[in-house]
Design a protein. Structure first.
Length: 314
């Protein structure tokens, strides 16, 4: 059965016509010809001209073509493809901050002479570290690197043998999976204070091994994890303390201090940018080090705690 999927993407500019993502042969494309092939007149009548015009105006899109022999549930396949697609903005985030976003996807299939189109919406409205929407240029090399992280996030959140989504907050799920859950929540939030608070939950999933002196311990651990020199570690340590001060003001009732929102919220934005950058570096190191990632997969608090303690004396 000839089946095709499309989901238009906003907030990305690319200098290559196409990049392949491995799962379900998903492709990121900016060739307008395939848009025209998908939106034949009957499809336009079903989904509406607004959807077609969005695809034309946004230019870039995710798509795949499938040849499915047996009978299938189009709505289930579409929902699954949209869930997979949500990893793209976060895979690109590991390269650089962005607000790449999408919302509606369509699955078109022809069974004999009958054409069917299923449509669905998913929350893929990501924002950058300032809670803003912009357009970011990605080179072909950056997109190819991001495709590796796309696979990393997929394998992190799905049991590929059964295509079952792993629950993100269960104790049996490893720390990176839980941290990714909060990362994704944060990136779909447009309020900097709330975004930072969710990022802090991600930090705690990755690095917290004790509840006492949480701000100091976690700031020290993160600084030692990604810092390369004493000077760099001190800067990260101080930035993490400011991040946690903001998190405390948001979550413990006092609200954001007025001095952070003066001058067009310059100081607040600085904290938001630092928080986003530090967490990105942490995820990048974990996803590119098999040794560290395997440690997280073993999900032993004792082993992880010993690893972080050894960082102090490195």
């Amino acid at each position: 059965m000839n089946t095709s999927f499309i989901a238009s993407i906003h907030g990305i500019e690319m200098d290559s016509p196409q990049i392949l993502l491995s799962k379900y042969e998903l492709k990121v494309n900016n060739d307008p010809n395939w848009i025209e092939e998908f939106y034949i007149d009957e499809v336009k009548r079903i989904v509406g001209l607004a959807q077609y015009e969005n695809s034309i105006n946004w230019k870039t899109y995710l798509y795949t073509e499938l040849d499915i022999q047996e009978k299938f549930n189009g709505k289930q396949i579409l929902a699954y493809l949209l869930k997979i697609s949500k990893h793209l903005p976060n895979a690109l985030w590991l390269i650089k901050d962005n607000s790449v976003r999408f919302q509606t996807g369509h699955l078109k299939f022809i069974d004999g002479i009958f054409l069917t189109v299923d449509s669905n919406v998913i929350n893929g409205l990501y924002s950058n570290c300032f809670g803003e929407k912009d357009s970011v240029v990605f080179t072909q090399a950056e997109l190819e690197l991001a495709s590796n992280f796309f696979d990393f996030f997929f394998e992190l959140t799905y049991d590929d043998s059964e295509n079952v989504k792993l629950e993100s907050t269960h104790a049996e799920v490893n720390r990176v999976n839980r941290a990714y859950y909060f990362l994704d929540l944060a990136r779909t939030n447009y309020d900097i204070g709330t975004k930072v608070s969710m990022y802090c939950s991600a930090f705690e999933c990755l690095f917290s091994v004790a509840t006492a002196e949480l701000k100091h311990r976690l700031s020290e651990t993160v600084a030692n994890f990604i810092g390369n020199t004493p000077e760099e570690k001190r800067i990260i340590y101080d930035q993490m303390k400011s991040i946690y001060d903001l998190r405390s003001s948001v979550t413990h009732g006092s609200g954001i201090n007025k001095k952070l929102i003066t001058n067009d919220a310059t100081k607040l934005k600085e904290i938001g940018r630092n928080c986003d950058t530090i967490l990105r570096k942490c995820f990048f190191k974990i996803s590119t080090s098999q040794e560290i990632y395997d440690m997280y997969l073993r999900n032993s608090n004792e082993e992880i705690g010993e690893f972080f303690t050894n960082l102090i004396f490195r």
